[in-house]
Write a protein that binds this ligand. Sequence first.
Ligand code: PMP
Length: 292
Amino acid sequence: FDQLDGYIWMNGEFVKWADAKVHVLTHGLHYASSVFEGERAYGGEIFKLNEHTERLHESARLLGFTIPYSVETLNRACIDLLARQGFEDAYVRPIAWRGSEMMGVSAQSNRINVAIAIWQWPSYFDPAQKLKGIRLDIAEFRRPDPRTAPSRSKAAGLYMICTLSKHAAEDKGYSDALMLDWRGQVAEATGANVFFVKDGKLHTPTPDCFLDGITRRTVIGLARDRGIEVIERAILPEEMAGFDECFLTGTAAEVTPVSEIGPYKFTVGSVGTALMNDYNNAVRPKQAIAAE
Ligand code: PMP
């Protein structure tokens, strides 16, 4: 991945992709003092760019550091980099981390670095699997109590349990894992939020210890536009036996139907499919739809 073509925006400059390097004694690498974003561009426009950049700033604040570039500067850098890379549809990855000036848990005066990379990533899950609904295992690791970690931050450190859980699920032939929270309630997948459908209504866990995804909020809005009731509440794993449909939402995953979570089975039904189509329409810039 470090040998792709094009440029990476790094601390205010466009650097050749292969030259965008950090030192091995980077604090972000040793102590996970790093926060990032995941965005998608459709038809040459980054969907909800400003919300993502604001979340990056907020994630850093929750980890105790300030990003030395304004939201406006970073928005402009993302837009300029997308044009420079020449992609219409692409994935955008901004990241901010503490540098290599001091080594130790304390790194009060380390430089805060920021980089942005953009590449083509058409599908997060296997497209054939996605049509049939993906299969999820139930993870052993749980989302931590918000008193244990800054769970509203999109912090690299919080992804350690996600990678472990996703690998364990993949090793058993599943596409992903559903994570419970520290109380044993349904939380989210390893990189996406989860929704269920029962009697035509949406049920989704209250995001009190995991990311309240930008896609999640978009899909809640789209559902309400259709007159679908959305219920945010605590969901116990046993309740999954009574749900008709299930899908995941996330910038990378978009709206992905789920056919199975451990022992629980779901149909790829009309509500999830309608919202998947609504989302696909919502993310495309209006003039691009008109021109097609
Ligand atoms: N939860 C986790 C753990 C994630 O990594 C993501 C993807 N950023 C989400 C939820 C969904 O967030 P969003 O819709 O903002 O991409």
